[in-house]
Write a protein that binds this ligand. Structure first.
Ligand code: DP6
Length: 325
């Protein structure tokens, strides 16, 4: 049986930046994200007694041995849960612009969790799928659901899962990713967050920052107040990146273009065009705004960036099975 699943990527408005258990990928704090419509991964999985080892391809190219080890470790969790020992063939097609700073590991592990568990004969609830996806990559926990999603940090494997806040986003929240540098990031999020937890003196404050930001952004979401959502998300991103600067050794994912773009967004907002920014483990900037301002924003951004640098995204759906044959 070959099972094909699709999952969309997500961008955090309140960031996950630190683990308290590396093995189980239990986070230090809650986080909250928007699942994005145009960007997704389609993954097909089948287990067969005729395979003598797991085989993986991404965009029709075999993966590196390092990636294969990470994926096999993930499949071992699925095999353990299903009580099977067969090897698998996994084929993934990524519809996420390469290294656009739009985490493809989120859509990749969410799609793999759904396709592999189904192909192994399991029929997991969405909560259990979210717990399983978490074992591949933290941000994948949230990509099981569509729309606005909260990942509860929990206190163990059972209690750390995501839940939708608003699966169908019924107001004009949108994002534009501004692609400034699409090279592979120098420091992976996995390593970056680990260094910050170990060495950043501000880490204890970050836990409190996130607690407040989660509470406030949920109120802003309930009120469908995009200005409030954008403001909270921007401050949260700045504080996450401040942790990096304060680490030992300090580091940053920003480059000069990132800073100039942050400045531009602040300037546009000061002159009356409501928009906010957020950044992840890379130099690209994602702009948060109300759909009503889309045209005005695109007109302004086009003065500074080429059309191919501007990637528009709306809220997207949760993970689904495409084929079961
Ligand atoms: C900055 O989920 O990629 O995008 O759990 O180690 O695989 P691992 O990390 P990952 O980290 C994402 C970090 C972030 C913020 C976020 O998505 O919440």
């Amino acid at each position: 049986m070959i099972v094909t699943a699709r999952a969309h990527t997500n961008i955090a408005l309140i960031k996950y930046w630190g683990k308290r258990d590396q093995q189980l990928i239990l986070p230090q704090t809650d986080s909250l994200s928007l699942t994005l419509d145009p960007f997704y991964t389609d993954t097909s999985v089948n287990f067969s007694p005729s395979y003598d080892h797991d085989q993986f391809s991404i965009n029709n190219t075999p993966v590196s041995s390092k990636t294969a080890r990470r994926l096999t470790a993930f499949l071992n969790i699925v095999r353990r849960q299903a009580g099977i020992s067969q090897a698998a063939r996994v084929q993934s097609i990524n519809h996420v612009p390469t290294a656009a700073g739009l985490a493809s590991s989120a859509s990749a592990f969410a799609a793999l969790a759904l396709a592999a568990s189904r192909a192994a004969g399991l029929n997991l609830s969405r909560r259990d799928l979210s717990r399983l996806a978490r074992r591949g990559s933290g941000s994948a926990t949230r990509s099981i659901y569509g729309g606005l999603v909260q990942w509860h940090r929990g206190h163990d494997d059972q209690t750390s899962y995501a839940e939708p806040i608003m699966e169908k986003v019924d107001f004009g929240l949108e994002m534009i990713a501004i692609l400034l540098d699409t090279h592979q990031k120098k420091l992976s999020s996995r390593i970056g967050m680990q260094e910050v937890v170990a060495t950043s003196p501000f880490y204890p404050s970050w836990r409190n920052v996130v607690k407040n930001d989660i509470k406030n952004i949920k109120n802003a979401i309930a009120a469908r107040d995009i200005d409030r959502i954008g403001h909270i998300a921007q401050e949260n991103a700045l504080r996450m990146h401040a942790l990096n600067l304060a680490a030992d050794p300090g580091f940053t994912y920003f480059n000069a273009d990132t800073l100039a773009t942050m400045d531009l967004i602040d300037h546009l907002r000061d002159t009356g065009l409501s928009c906010y920014y957020t950044m992840d483990a890379g130099p690209n900037v994602k702009v948060i705004y109300d759909r009503r301002n889309r045209q005005a924003l695109l007109t302004e951004l086009s003065k500074h960036f080429a059309a191919k640098q501007l990637v528009l995204a709306q809220a997207g759906p949760g993970a689904t099975i495409l084929k079961n044959e």
